[in-house]
Design a protein around this ligand. Sequence first.
Ligand code: ADP
Ligand code: MG
Length: 389
Amino acid sequence: MMNKKTVRDLTVSGKRVLVRVDFNVPLKDGVVGDDTRIRAALPTIEYLVEHGAAVILCSHLGRPKGAPDPAYSLEPVAKHLGTLTAAPVRFAGELVGEKARQAVESLQPGEILLLENTRFHPGETDNDPDLSAQLAALADVYVNDAFGSAHRAHASTEGVARHLPSAAGFLMEKEIEYLGGVLADPERPFVAVLGGAKIGDKIGVIRNLIARADHLLIGGGMANTFFKARGDAVGDSLVEDDALETAREFLGNPRLHLPQDCVIADAFDKDAESRVIPAGDVPAGWRILDIGPETVKWYAGILSGAGTVVWNGPMGVFEFPAFAEGTVGIARAVAESGATSIIGGGDSVAAINQSGLADRVTHLSTGGGASLEMLEGKVLPGVAALDEK
Ligand code: ADP
Ligand code: MG
């Protein structure tokens, strides 16, 4: 399925390999918090080290304003990476420029050098050809393992690939295989579950999935806009009036399923008073915060026969335990379905981790925005730029 070169297709021994990773991790008081993203890049890094490459890593971190800002330095990440690998890890203190060149110059095969934050240069997000040429000049080969940034055409994700032989890293490969594979040729029935806060962000996903999936199960805040579009009173529920027109367009589709019952609350609060009501009119002063138990049962039944499941967006305000049952119930149904299951989206992945079912899902996508764009059927610029097999 995947027609892009991967690291396995490259000869890397004795070469300088520039790897774009996603080290955009939370930092607190100069220390890495959750290091999931760093660990996710290790298979590619270790492979290159073992095959005798001099490994040059680059990444963005946070949103510095196109200029150096010590609060967004990758130095703590270099320190942390040093604790995860046996290979020596150095930190360049620059992305491009004299210091970076010298650090690359003295880098030996089997060693790792982390460059400074790509977003310290305005040319990164502008995809400035000068910056990508300077980056490319540091290396012989380019590998992109930053799936989470692949939907952005930036100097370190897209521009640089035009200057060097290029390939996908292992993480990138896995993401493309699962997310791309499921859309190209899903085992049926193919069931998509969509929720989350806003329909506006996901109209493209609905449009693409409704054409491909056998069932599209809707939950979360986005269901409210559908409810209002069909004429229900929605009380104080989160609704996007801008999207009503689009919601109406999908309403008659027999593959689109809306919740049959809802959990409503008298305030947006973890301790709010709550009630289960059949889908329909929500009393004034109340708002929908979760799908109801009948809907969980109905959706679980559909999921139990699935060959493939794609899930993006929690079914309710799962951050409040009183309104997490819909999300946890669907997570359990996905885990028990035996289907190939793919979960994407920052909050959805957090929810599945919170429910302790993560190891029963086939693939948890590491890229929020990038996975959504894949589900929209878009070709990601960071993927398109890589060499074909
Ligand atoms: P993801 O990050 O997985 O793509 P989103 O960011 O689209 O998901 O949505 C996640 C958010 O949606 C969560 O913070 C959750 O509290 C919120 N949410 C889910 N259902 C509702 C609802 N009925 N009303 C308000 N917010 C909701
Ligand atoms: Mg989110």
